[in-house]
Design a protein around this ligand. Structure first.
Ligand code: ADP
Ligand code: MG
Length: 846
């Protein structure tokens, strides 16, 4: 394959981003006017580039028009570089990276990563590819490896072909677009970790992504290699605009230094004075040495803001682009020659050498002739023709005129010497760079160590403080303990003295004890006697208790019977009493209190009944009065009826008289008619007759009406009489009922009196029994009497109660009041104190 160098200009592409939100809000003007697809007019001045992208250009369009070709070039063995230049926020990163994982918004780098592999997959199967990527940034003229954060200051060296490269930077082998993206992600995250203000940092640093592709033909062993630099430069704006100060200003200067170095390199290249290009002014320009005016196909993106606010920056950016456009690179394929190719090259060189030697001989001969004063005719002189022949044999074109003029001035020897010196100096420079890098690394290490030591110191200090505090605490504690010991010793002394006193006291007490023991034995003897007496007494008391129990038993039984009489058998007593007297008493007391409450309720009922009786009397009187008034009314009505009947009779009589007179008159009339004499008497008579009949009619009518009235009045009076009769019946009913209740109440009253008496007696008896307990012989007689009296009374009560209950039941069942009188007579005939000797269930007393 022929290694044909091709000269070409740097491609400059201009891209305008759209106005951003804050610019729109601020009301900034949209400056650029696009003419065709390679010219833009800003502020009346037109700028032409290889291509101008207006604001609405998509990422894909940008990539297809410019970057796609570069991938092909790199795969063909050329070096390539894509720059993005422009002020901060003009769209450099947008163009180079875009949104890395968004298929539409992704920029050039991710698209290249994909495209490279697409090409490789479509290429000859016999080609073997080795793809490496590196990622680093240049900040303050220090190269920081973004794939290994420990490498913070890498140096730039030249390889055997005198091409600069970053020595020692991490290279990652990749075999797919995803792996490339992973490397980018890793580098970006490392960049973020080390930096506090990412925006500021990214605008002041250059980031460089390097793709290195080597390919080898498996059969021919032909090797090709291509390097692709993808550079996102720092913001090109002037420092004054950002208003930086202090260390920020230093940074800015540094960035500007590297950017101005780039500007100078581009200016020098643009002017075409290749005598000195200041690549070595900054690390960035050194790295990109080959990309600018060297063996490289270079594309530069000029990113611009369309806003009127950024007018000045936009213009200066456009000017920079214009200058860069004139730079010419000479790109050649990086081919490693095979043995055959080397052989051919050697032959060529040998041939060239031979012609050169011939030429030199000819020139020497001509020179000798000139020196000898001979005038060499023009036809015999060595011409430029010979030179061109030599040139044609040479691989590379010879240097331009300037160089030859220098050669004239400086002897070959000197030149070689200088070149040697320059090479040495460069070598030294590189060595120094290396040394600096080493020193920097050492410094970093030492810094780290210092930080560690500081940390250790701080922690030791903390420990020391803690120990000191502990010590203080212990001191205080020991002081306290000492004071305590002193106190304890004092207390011990006091105790010793006390002990002496106490031992003396103990001796005294011992003597006293002896005495007391004697006394105690005496007392014990007397106690024995007393105990004997006590047992005797206990015996006696036991007997007494037994007797009392008996008495109480009797009493209790009586009481239980009493309860059956008084209550309805709800109050129960223990049938046999033999336990402690106290208990029995309490039982009796309880029982009595129950009876008491029962009696109380009865009294209450009695009182209610009495009240009711009074009420009934009152009502009876009232009804009596009403009755008498009714009777009066009836007698009045009867009198009225009587007078009315009399009147009726008189009217009847009158009627009859009138009828009779009528009859007589009509008879007379008949007679007169018979006589046939009609005179004035007759007329008069007739008239009288008419009048009479008229009166008669009237009277009859009156009688009729009177009769109707009378009938009505009579019916009403009858109804009234019936009503009254009913009321009287009711009242008599009620009266009899009330009388019945009254009788009942009286019975209850008597019962109540009896009970009261009984209770009094009972209490007095209990009292007496308790008093008489010590000598029972005197009181036993009266006691017996009382008991028998009680029995009698209870008997009476039982009877009365039964009668009352019977009467009550009878009344309720039959409502027959005649069942009561006998009860009352029985009740009243039993005097409360009369002793009777009826057999009772508990007649033990006899
Ligand atoms: P720089 O890297 O030059 O500082 P950026 O690339 O970060 O600037 O761009 C700044 C902002 O403008 C970003 O939010 C970016 O998305 C947006 N931007 C830049 N160029 C374009 C464009 N061509 N189209 C749309 N938005 C853009
Ligand atoms: Mg950026």
């Amino acid at each position: 394959m022929a290694d044909v160098p091709a000269e070409c200009n740097i491609k400059v592409l201009c891209r305008f981003r759209p106005l951003n939100q804050s610019e729109i809000v601020r009301g900034d003007l949209f400056l650029p006017k696009f003419q065709g697809d390679d010219t833009v007019v800003v502020g009346g001045k037109s700028f032409s580039f290889d291509r101008v992208f207006p604001t609405n250009t998509t990422q894909e369009q940008v990539y297809n028009t410019c970057a796609k070709q570069i991938v092909k070039d790199v795969l063909s063995g050329y070096n390539g570089t894509i720059f993005a230049y422009g002020q901060t926020s003009s769209g450099k990163t947008h163009t180079m990276e875009g949104k890395l994982h968004d298929p539409h918004q992704m920029g050039i780098i991710p698209r290249i990563a994909e495209d490279i592999f697409n090409h490789i997959f479509a290429m000859d199967e016999n080609l073997e590819f080795h793809i490496k990527v590196s990622y680093f940034e240049i900040y303050m003229d220090k190269i920081r490896d973004l794939l290994d954060v420990t490498k913070t200051n890498l140096s730039v060296h030249e390889d055997k072909n005198r091409v600069p490269y970053v020595k020692g930077c991490t290279e990652r082998f990749v075999s797919s677009p995803d792996e490339v993206m992973d490397v980018i992600d890793e580098g970006k995250s490392n960049r973020h970790v080390a930096v506090t203000n990412m925006n500021e940092h990214s605008s002041r640093s250059h980031s460089i992504f390097l793709i290195n592709i080597k390919q080898e033909h498996v059969e021919t062993e032909q090797k090709l290699c291509g390097k692709l630099y993808l550079v996102d430069l720092a913001g090109s704006e002037k420092v004054s605009k950002t208003g930086a100060a202090g260390s920020v200003l230093d940074e800015a200067k540094n960035i500007n230094k590297s950017l101005s170095a780039l500007g100078n390199v581009i200016s020098a290249l643009a002017e075409g004075t290749k005598s000195h290009v200041p690549y070595r002014d900054s690390k960035m320009t050194r790295i990109l040495q080959d990309s600018l005016g060297g063996n490289c196909r270079t594309t530069m993106f000029i990113c611009c803001s369309p806003s009127s606010y950024n007018d000045a920056e936009t213009k200066s950016t456009l000017m920079f682009g214009q200058r860069a456009k004139t730079i010419r690179n000479t790109a050649s394929v990086n081919l490693e020659l095979t043995a055959e190719q080397w052989k051919r090259k050697y032959e060529k060189e040998k041939e060239k050498n031979k012609t050169m030697k011939d030429t030199i001989q000819r020139l020497e001969a001509e020179l000798n002739r000139w020196r000898n004063g001979e005038d060499v005719p023009e036809t015999e002189r060595t011409t430029a023709d010979v030179m061109t022949r030599i040139e044609s044999v040479e691989e590379r074109p010879i240097l331009d005129n300037d160089t030859s003029s220098i050669v004239v001035r400086i002897s070959e020897e000197e030149r070689q010497k200088y070149e040697e010196e320059i090479r040495k100096l460069y070598k030294q420079l590189d060595d120094k760079d290396d040394e600096i890098n080493l020193q920097c690394q050492l410094v970093e290490k030492l810094k780290q160590q210092m930080l560690d030591q500081d940390e250790l110191l701080a922690s030791s200090k903390g420990d020391g403080d803690k120990v000191q505090a502990e010590l203080g605490r212990l001191q205080v504690e020991s002081d306290c303990a000492k004071a305590e010991v002193k106190e304890v010793l004092q207390a011990l002394e006091e105790l010793a003295i006390n002990y002496d006193q106490k031992s003396q006291e103990v001796e005294e007490k011992g003597l006293q004890n002896q005495l007391l023991a004697d006394q105690l034995s005496q007392k014990m003897a007397s106690l024995m006697e007393l105990e004997a007496e006590l047992s005797r007494m206990q015996e006696v008391s036991g007997q007494q208790r037994k007797r009392i129990a008996d008495v109480l038993n009797g009493l209790m039984r009586d009481l239980s019977e009493f309860s059956t009489i008084v209550g309805n058998g709800e109050i129960k007593l223990p049938v046999e009493i033999s336990g402690a007297i106290e208990e029995e008493f309490t039982v009796a007391r309880l029982y009595i209190s129950k009876i008491k409450s029962e009696v109380k309720s009865m009294v209450k009922r009695c009182r209610q009944l009495e009240n009711m009786q009074l009420e009934c009397h009152r009502k009876m009187e009232e009804t009596g009065r009403e009755l008498s008034s009714c009777q009066l009314l009836i007698s009045q009505h009867e009198a009225k009826i009587r007078s009315l009947t009399e009147y009726m009779q008189s009217v009847e009589q009158k009627k009859r008289q009138l009828e009779e007179s009528h009859d007589s008159l009509s008879e007379e009339l008949a007679k007169l008619q018979d006589q046939g004499t009609m005179n004035a008497h007759e007329e008069y008579f007739f008239r009288n007759l008419d009048i009479c009949s008229f009166h008669f009619q009237k009277i009859r009518q009156q009688g009729d009406s009177h009769r109707g009235l009378h009938h009505k009045q009579l019916a009403r009076l009858r109804d009234e009489i019936n009503e009254k009769q009913r009321i009287i019946d009711e009242l008599t009913d009620r009266n009899s009922k009330l009388e019945l209740e009254l009788a009942q109440a009286r019975e209850l009253q008597t019962l109540h009196n009896l009970r009261k008496l009984f209770v009094q007696d009972l209490t007095s008896r209990v009292k007496k029994s308790s008093e008489m307990e010590p000598d029972d012989s005197g009181g036993s007689c009266t006691q017996k009497q009382k008991i028998s009296f009680l029995e009698n009374n209870l008997d009476q009560l039982t009877k009365v109660h039964k009668q009352v209950r019977n009467a009550h039941n009878g009344r309720e069942e039959l409502s027959c009041p005649s069942a009561l009188p006998p009860t009352r007579s029985t009740l009243t005939s039993v005097p409360p104190n009369r002793p009777t000797h009826t057999a009772t269930p508990s007649s033990r007393a006899t």
